[in-house]
Design a protein around this ligand. Structure first.
Ligand code: 5RP
Length: 290
């Protein structure tokens, strides 16, 4: 029982001062419950409203691709610079130290690999997501892929259904099929379908007319980096994306395949959180690479 000595009556009630309501910094999340908001706040920095997510889930379809042969050696040293880690449960359990205290966006669907037709995925169990104490789930949508479109939309829909019981946000990831045009019409459609089905975050690709993609998506959009570019070009991509409404990046190859991954992720942070121009960020990259 608490010590009852010297009980003091409350006296500072702020009478006459309206109760302080703060607006929430994540797009489309104002009506969500506290647990959802708390998790989203771990991913999206409340000061900038943005996030630098580090994606290294590529092995689930392509095995030990360049830069991810030894995640313990290449990715673990980058963790301190990321706001959130996106990976599979196998890598999380085997290789990511449990005391990093970084939010995890768990790749929560799996299925076909690069050796077969991609996108034929099923969902992992929500119990596994909870057991690993992850902050968000990531589920891919293959819009326009006749064989898998409906199945992947159902994966997202079911993930949202289950995750929302535990206030776990879901990120919809728009796949790009070989036949899909990489334009604002396609990414705008795919992103919107993610949000319409309940995704709290959408991951997509930058394209010409990107401001229409972000404008028509009622939740935050983060971009994948896509194939490896020259560092300066990748920083320009980040800059254009956030200038046109993205809430950050969920970037993989352009970080871990860089000549200096630690310098690159810090330069990306400079663009996303500190408003550096591509030139300033590239200078930072060069300085840190030395
Ligand atoms: C694939 C993914 C990858 O994580 C994504 O493509 C990010 O990596 P990169 O920046 O290398 O494109 O979600 O579904």
């Amino acid at each position: 029982m608490a010590d009852l000595d010297d009980l003091r009556e409350g006296s500072d009630f702020g009478l006459g001062v309206a109760s302080q309501n703060q607006s929430f910094h994540v797009k489309g999340a104002s009506n969500l419950p506290w647990g959802m908001k708390d998790r989203l706040s771990r991913i999206f920095n409340p000061k900038t409203g943005r996030a630098v997510m580090l994606a290294f889930d590529h092995g689930f379809i392509m095995g030990p691709t360049s830069g991810l042969e030894r995640i313990d050696l290449t990715i673990v040293p980058l963790i301190e610079y990321a706001d959130c880690l996106m990976c599979t449960r196998g890598i999380l359990q085997s290789t990511i130290p449990a005391n990093t205290n970084k939010p995890i966006c768990l790749r929560s669907d799996a299925g076909s690999s690069i050796l077969t037709e991609l996108n034929d995925n099923v969902l992992i169990d929500i119990e596994d997501v909870i057991r690993m104490n992850v902050t968000a789930m990531a589920v891919m949508l293959a819009i326009g892929d006749t064989a898998n479109e409906a199945k992947t939309v159902a994966n997202l829909y079911k993930a949202v259904d289950k995750a929302s019981r535990y206030n776990i946000p879901v990120m919809g990831v728009t796949a790009v099929g070989k036949q899909m045009a990489r334009d604002a019409r396609y990414f705008g459609l795919a992103s919107r379908i993610c949000a319409e089905n309940g995704a709290n975050i959408v991951k997509t690709y930058y394209c010409d007319g990107f401001e229409k993609v972000t404008a028509a998506c009622p939740v935050p959009v983060v971009i994948a980096g896509g194939k490896k570019l020259e560092e300066k070009e990748a920083l320009e991509l980040c800059y254009r994306a956030v200038s046109e409404g993205a809430a950050g990046v969920d970037m993989g190859r352009n970080v871990f395949q860089s000549t200096s991954p630690a310098a690159m992720i810090q330069a990306v942070r400079g663009v996303i959180h500190e408003g550096l121009t591509p030139d300033q960020a590239y200078e930072m990259f060069n300085d840190l690479s030395k």
